[in-house]
Design a protein around this ligand. Structure first.
Ligand SMILES: Cc1cc2nc3c(=O)[nH]c(=O)nc-3n(C[C@H](O)[C@H](O)[C@H](O)COP(=O)(O)OP(=O)(O)OC[C@H]3O[C@@H](n4cnc5c(N)ncnc54)[C@H](O)[C@@H]3O)c2cc1C
Length: 511
């Protein structure tokens, strides 16, 4: 293979779990028949198909010769030109931040407004919430600098196709800002909350160094429109004029969604998924996936489950967090929403995952509904979960009892901070969802030994948005000449990478 005119050998090696750099290099030397080479790891994945022979599979690009070769792949290149146009971006999550960063790099005058606090303050307030239960509307797991993904597992997988250039830009930006280099090549890369906090702060500093501005604790309250053109936005701190508006508000900001709908921005219903979180002792998952409770050199085993029972909705695991923690990710008082996070070490004794059923609301409810009604339906469900005890305690059951439609009052210790109480989930979910979850949990308990011993808890409602913005061929919100709705809130992306890439694509389309 030739890359940039340089002859490259691509080889695959297999190595034991705890291999050294010297072992890797000896192996390469043997395979290419030379001690003079430089190399880049392209892909590293764990092969655990045979539990008695778990090993790494590593794909490597090798350049034979004494000069250093490094190939970073196809990466987005942004050329600077002074443009004298003002951009306002709402939201500093992956979509908003990367759109703003790219536009500032390209020569626009960019300002990002973020309703939440900067990341150090957010971090302190989240710790206080975990310890004392004091909820803060401007600093929680959903809102604040870096968006929903900051206090997460930081998984960087994405199923979106043809996004190499943009994805590589995001990955290289994260590495420059302090993320581990292995995210460049691991088949299941993750950053972890402790690294994300640092990465988000360093990226903001890079944005500011090139002239970008970011205003925290500043909420978009209104949009001033003149003849299908945004001319300014209103915040409690004043009006900001702009030539283009990028709204990257995520899918937790019901007020912002309703503002957009009220301004005539067109959305349509889309399929999404809801359910609950399950948690197990990580040892159970390790044993099932690796045949051992622990393997030195590996952090914690993952799983991915899908099932579609006859006459039932498809059910799948989502956002699995090995060695992680279940968190209360509500963006506002009075709602209860669970999600999962982890630190880079993934060393907690628990494994959690969402188990969700795919739905399309007009079908589930058997009637036409407007996007506004879809939001109302979802928000009302999140409210019901909160109002059961008027706090963040979660309705829960042991998975075995959930399957057998029994109740129990004793729960093992879990990672969730605000307590569990026994509840009948039949009262919480529409029957189609409840029965589909039961059938699939039965199947998952066949696939993973001990799965039925786990705990199922709370309401997982944020796998993706229930509504989707209608865009024209220029990425613009249909009918508008300078309004972009991007990221997870657009209903056209989900997860850190695809949201960041959606923001970048909108920005590069404008450029
Ligand atoms: C606990 C948790 C764990 C997760 N784990 C993962 C994971 O491991 N991997 C993964 O890929 N994805 C994960 N996700 C999902 C991921 O975080 C989102 O898909 C991603 O952050 C969406 O990016 P976004 O920029 O579109 O929106 P968001 O990240 O939601 O950012 C939106 C931002 O807009 C701000 N905002 C909203 N309304 C306004 C307004 N009116 N004015 C000003 N600012 C406003 C919010 O405060 C927020 O900061 C997780 C999410 C959570 C909550």
């Amino acid at each position: 293979m030739e890359i940039d005119g340089v002859k490259i050998n691509t080889i695959e090696v297999r190595l034991p779990i705890e291999y050294s750099k010297a072992e890797l290099e000896q192996k390469i030397a043997r395979m290419v028949g030379s001690n003079l080479f430089s190399y880049d790891i392209v892909l590293k994945s764990l092969d655990a198909r045979n539990k008695r022979d778990i090993h790494w599979k590593i794909r490597i690009n090798v350049f034979k010769g004494d000069s250093k070769f490094s190939f970073k792949g196809n990466i987005l290149d942004i050329k600077f030109r002074k443009r004298d146009k003002k951009i306002c971006v709402v939201g500093s999550g992956p979509a908003g931040f990367f759109a703003g960063y790219i536009l500032q790099k390209a020569g626009y005058e960019t300002i990002i407004i973020e309703r939440g606090s900067e990341v150090a303050k957010r971090s302190k307030l989240i710790s206080k919430f975990e310890q004392k239960g004091e909820f803060c509307e401007s600093a929680n797991y959903a809102f604040g600098e870096g968006g929903a993904g900051t206090f997460s597992d930081g998984k960087l997988t994405s199923r979106t196709k043809n996004i190499d250039k943009e994805k590589n830009f995001v990955i290289e930006s994260y590495i420059e800002a302090g993320a581990p280099e292995e995210i460049r090549y691991l088949s299941h890369p993750h950053i972890g909350t402790n690294n994300l906090i640092k990465v988000v702060r360093n990226l903001r500093q890079k944005f500011e160094e090139i002239g970008g501005k970011i205003l925290f604790e500043t909420t978009l309250q209104d949009i001033v429109i003149n003849d299908r053109r945004v001319v300014a936005i209103e915040t409690a701190k004043g009006k900001i004029d702009c030539d283009y508006l990028f709204v990257a508000c995520g899918h937790s900001a019901y007020d912002t969604y309703r503002l957009l709908l009220g301004k005539g921005v067109k959305f349509q219903n889309k399929a999404f998924a809801i359910g609950s979180r399950v948690e197990h002792l990580q040892e159970i998952i390790n044993l099932s996936q690796w045949g051992k409770k622990k393997i030195n050199g590996l952090k914690a085993a993952e799983y991915k489950l899908t099932h579609k029972a006859t006459n039932a909705l498809p059910v799948y695991s989502f956002c699995m967090c090995p060695g992680g923690k279940i968190v209360q990710a509500s963006p506002q008082k009075g709602l209860s929403i669970v999600n999962g996070m982890s630190y880079y070490s993934r060393s907690s004794p628990w494994a959690n995952s969402a188990i969700v059923a795919g739905i399309y609301l007009p079908e589930l409810l058997n009637k036409d509904i407007t996007p506004n009604e879809a939001l109302d339906w979802l928000e009302q469900k999140e409210q019901v979960f909160y109002e059961l005890h008027n706090n963040f305690e979660l309705p829960a059951n042991i998975i075995r009892n959930f399957i057998e439609e029994k109740r129990n009052n004793r729960f093992p210790e879990t990672s969730y901070s605000f307590g569990l109480f026994d509840y009948d989930f039949r009262e919480l979910f529409p029957d189609a969802i409840y029965q589909s979850l039961r059938k699939s949990l039965t199947e998952f308990s066949r696939k993973i030994k001990g799965f039925e011993e786990g705990v199922i808890m709370g309401f997982e409602s944020k796998t993706s948005s229930p509504i989707q913005v209608i865009r024209d061929e220029n990425y613009l919100a249909a009918g508008y000449t300078n309004l972009y709705v991007i990221g997870e809130g657009s209903g056209r992306a989900g997860g850190i990478i695809s949201s960041a890439v959606d923001g970048i694509k909108a920005a590069t389309t404008l450029i």
